[in-house]
Design a protein around this ligand. Structure first.
Ligand code: AMP
Ligand code: ZN
Length: 466
């Protein structure tokens, strides 16, 4: 499969360091608030990447960090009057709930920054020893950017015009050079009780060093893929490279850097600071489902800007209804028979889909292939040219597409506890041969939107419309 490497600004064949394995690090959320759907665009792109890598036969090890100590989390905890842990705990929990709602597959590891401070301290010590970092008069430790010859390679920076990164300590007068960035921030009053001991005095790690330490710990000093949004390229990822390669004696840190474009609203990046954001919860409160939101996030190729609109969400609803209707028609036609040989129209559209996804995750072309499959399939069924085996093969093709898209199968609605209790009561009534009571309960369930289905696997509740 081919991917666009930010290093080279070119499409490159993906060749991992270890045959058959894809090892990737994705910069995760800063857990000081609910993530907005702009953030989820990045996590969705990474989910798509891991699903495509798996479909291409690679064993994926994905690490996504949780930034649970930085300026924003500390400020948030202070304002809320709770401990940093309690404050970030709420948003960590919400984040995992949101991932599940969007059908984003879990990563293999979710390291939290606060659990890795000793590793960060060890990395900083190495940098100081190698002359890449220094402690200044303000007690903070800075990376000496001029010691890293490759600095600016990822962002294609003209180093003569390099400005301060903006995420450093407020007081910048103690740095040797304006581009130097903090790897260890000396404690100040605003940090309150958020503090660790270090060889350089009390303080806390800088944001960039967190990702270098956690990626090296969980993936080793060199690995395959590192991802984020384009705003991560500079300074965050540039600084990660300088730190990681500086500490390991210039071992290549990452082979492929991949970055997704922005989700925008009226031409402006969706962001907390602009106030033009929607969380997943905001959209669900307006009646949209995780599936519809996921679909919208698939409609643009990940490197393109994606303009968020409610019209797009309504469009997603209509598109998914078409998918569901098509699948329902096929399932009925297949009537439980085993999938037969795939007819030509299935092979053609599935191949087009797979080629599109293998070419830098081209979802718009992939979705076009899906709707071509639907058009072809509906026409063939109208002409009574689809037997049970062919219908089964078409369903199997949908499932293969869905292994990557994660949006084509309508999620099973889950009965609530009241419905489950009614079902148990019905089972008991039947065991006691109290048919009238069993029928009464069945009607009560129907009124709540549930059908009772007796199958070989036992008695189950199905939503009435399914
Ligand atoms: P943050 O919590 O700000 O560090 O952002 C988490 C991730 O979301 C990073 O990979 C960002 O690049 C990404 N991100 C933030 N805003 C947007 C946006 N509007 N569109 C796409 N990605 C974004
Ligand atoms: Zn990071």
């Amino acid at each position: 499969m081919k991917i666009f490497n930010t290093y080279s600004r070119q499409l490159e064949e993906f060749v991992p360091r270890m045959a058959g394995q894809a090892r990737m690090y994705t910069c995760g959320p800063t857990v000081y608030n609910y993530a907005h759907i702009g953030n989820f665009r990045a996590y969705m792109f990474e989910d798509l990447l891991r699903r495509q890598l798996r479909a291409a036969g690679f064993r994926v090890t994905q690490v996504m960090n949780l930034t649970d100590v930085d300026d924003k989390t500390i400020r948030g905890a202070r304002q809320a009057g709770v401990s940093l842990n309690d404050f970030t705990g709420t948003f960590k929990k919400a984040f995992f709930e949101d991932l599940a709602i969007l059908q984003i597959e879990p990563a293999e590891h979710y390291p939290a920054a606060t659990d890795h401070v000793p590793e960060m301290i060890a990395l900083i010590a190495k940098l100081i020893e190698a002359g890449h970092a220094y402690q200044s008069d303000d007690r903070s430790v800075y990376y000496r950017v001029k010691t890293f010859a490759d600095y600016g390679r990822l962002a294609h920076l003209d180093m003569s015009g390099l400005q301060s990164s903006g995420r450093v300590s407020q007081d910048e007068y103690d740095k040797e050079s304006v581009g130097d960035f903090a790897v260890w921030k000396a404690w100040d009053e605003a940090d309150g009780e958020v503090v660790w001991d270090s060889p350089w005095g009390r303080g806390r790690p800088g944001w960039h060093i967190e990702c270098s330490a956690m990626s090296i710990k969980h993936l080793g000093e060199s690995f395959d893929l590192h991802t984020g949004g384009v705003d991560n390229i500079f300074p965050h990822h540039e600084n990660e490279i300088a730190q990681s390669e500086g500490a390991t004696g210039c071992k290549p840190f990452v082979r492929y850097w991949m970055h997704c474009g922005y989700l925008v609203v009226d031409g402006a990046k969706m962001s907390k600071s602009m106030g033009n954001f929607y969380t997943l919860r905001d959209l669900m409160a307006r009646g949209y489902t995780g599936r519809e939101i996921r679909y919208v996030l698939l409609t643009a190729q990940y490197r393109q800007q994606l303009n968020f609109t409610f019209a797009a969400l309504d469009g997603a609803r209509a598109s998914l209804a078409r998918v569901d209707e098509f699948r329902g028609r096929l399932v009925e036609r297949a009537s439980g028979a085993a999938a037969g040989a795939a007819p030509e129209w299935v092979v053609k559209r599935l191949t087009a889909f797979q080629d599109a996804m293998a070419e830098d995750l081209n979802t718009p072309v992939g979705l076009a292939a899906l709707f071509d499959l639907i058009t072809d399939g509906n026409r063939a069924m109208d002409q009574r040219a689809v037997d049970a085996g062919a219908a089964g093969a078409a369903v199997a093709a949908l499932d293969r597409m869905d292994a990557i898209l994660g949006v084509l199968a309508a999620p099973e609605a889950k009965p609530d506890t009241e419905a489950e209790a009614l079902l148990a009561a019905r089972t008991k009534a039947r065991a006691e041969r109290n048919w009238a009571e069993a029928d009464r309960i069945r009607a009560a369930l129907a009124a709540k939107g549930w059908d009772v289905r007796d199958s070989a696997e036992g008695v189950k509740l199905k939503p009435r419309h399914a």
